[in-house]
Design a protein around this ligand. Sequence first.
Ligand SMILES: NC(=O)c1ccc[n+]([C@@H]2O[C@H](COP(=O)([O-])OP(=O)(O)OC[C@H]3O[C@@H](n4cnc5c(N)ncnc54)[C@H](O)[C@@H]3O)[C@@H](O)[C@H]2O)c1
Length: 450
Amino acid sequence: MHTLTRRDFVRFGAASLGSRAAMKVTRLEPLALFGAGHDVAPSDRIRFASIGTGTRGCELLTASLDVQGIECVAVCDLYDSRHEAAREAVKKQVPATRNYREILDRKDVDAVIVAVADHQHRRIVVDACAAGKDVYCEKPMSHNVEDGFAIVEAVQRGNRILQVGSQRVSSIVYEKARELYTSGALGDVFFVEGASDRNSPSGAWVYPIPPDASEQTIDWNEFLVGAPKRPFDPVRFFRWRCYSDYGEGLAGDLFVHLLSGIHFILGVDEAPQRAQSSGGLFRWKDGRDFPDLIETLYDYPKLRVALRCNLNNAGGEPIKFHGTKGTMEINGQTLVFTPQDTTPKPEGYSIKGWPEKLRKEYLAKWMAENPQPDPLEYKAVEAETFTAPDNYSDVSAHQANFFNAVRSRTKTVENEEFGNHAAIGCHLANYAYFKNTIATWDASAKAIRG
Ligand SMILES: NC(=O)c1ccc[n+]([C@@H]2O[C@H](COP(=O)([O-])OP(=O)(O)OC[C@H]3O[C@@H](n4cnc5c(N)ncnc54)[C@H](O)[C@@H]3O)[C@@H](O)[C@H]2O)c1
């Protein structure tokens, strides 16, 4: 043991300050995808179909080409042009239908991807489970609290595998973040803040209406199942996220990614206990039901989480974990961990107001009572950066996790319980916002109070 001298303090202080600029960068290695590294016989492939082949459905079909051991055998969508888009995405002339029940009736389909508007998730997932199919369901899992529990029940009753589609939880960046947190490197984390900020018409869901959109090319009545009847309206069909009949606004679309990532990293396996929201519709006043800015403060038993979505500034999607030993920030495919200097030190601020004699006595006593490790053992405060390789896709990794689970009959990384908890967080945020109240989650009654 070594008693810390004044010179040591100066040396250590200077070292920690000087090293703040130092940065170690580590490139993360992607995991092998399903079936990678060995040939999967055609008879052993998992055969899947995609229900909903709009923007996300096509993205998923394209990403599925990177996953080995699976085969798309059919696609389904209510809008005819999306049949062709799906075939282009999956690079295969698969059969296409408007009627998802035709797909569920096929005995040779093992699994379905459900990438339809949110208000249709429950109906299709419940029917798919009853038909014995495993399901990859896009996020948010549910349109409302009741839908979420109906999906959980259907999956568990049918002994099915379900993956919810917040793909970040399969990202190597999030895996690293979880590893850092569970290693104790951050210390206790009592506060997390996250944002999802955009500044464009596309970011605000003002999508163009395709020129061939009509009642002839779209099965509008089928789209309205589970929603109020109304005359054909292509704006509602293509910009459904703006309307509470079909979507959940910013909370359902974007908070769900932030919450899923935070739950995954911290190992949270429950819905938030309470939520308070503020915000407003300031700019995108096009008849939508939802605000274009929302901030929500969540209570969990052991921490608080503050989320924001703002469609009026391109702030990106940072998530910051504030720990007692360090700060971890994820931004896109990059993770930066900055430890904080937590080495024991005598109190040095208030003693500035002490006479020198008392100050010296205090410092000498502190040194005697706090044997110090050799100053050379002090680790400099050095930030560390981890990045995914260029073109890394967590979308294929998330699908691979699903198809691996289908084959091995094990739980997915984002199963029905996990997906339900994250979705409840979104419903709490909207409840608090629209009712202008503190929304409280009553887990035993499976209901929001406020
Ligand atoms: N994980 C992600 O990052 C991510 C990104 C985008 C969208 N999503 C989710 O994916 C889902 C789809 O979003 P999108 O952007 O592709 O919307 P979209 O409007 O582009 O496509 C949805 C498609 O679903 C079809 N559809 C609706 N009801 C149907 C039914 N009963 N049978 C067959 N097809 C039906 C529609 O015809 C439409 O083509 C949503 O749940 C959304 O939240 C997830």
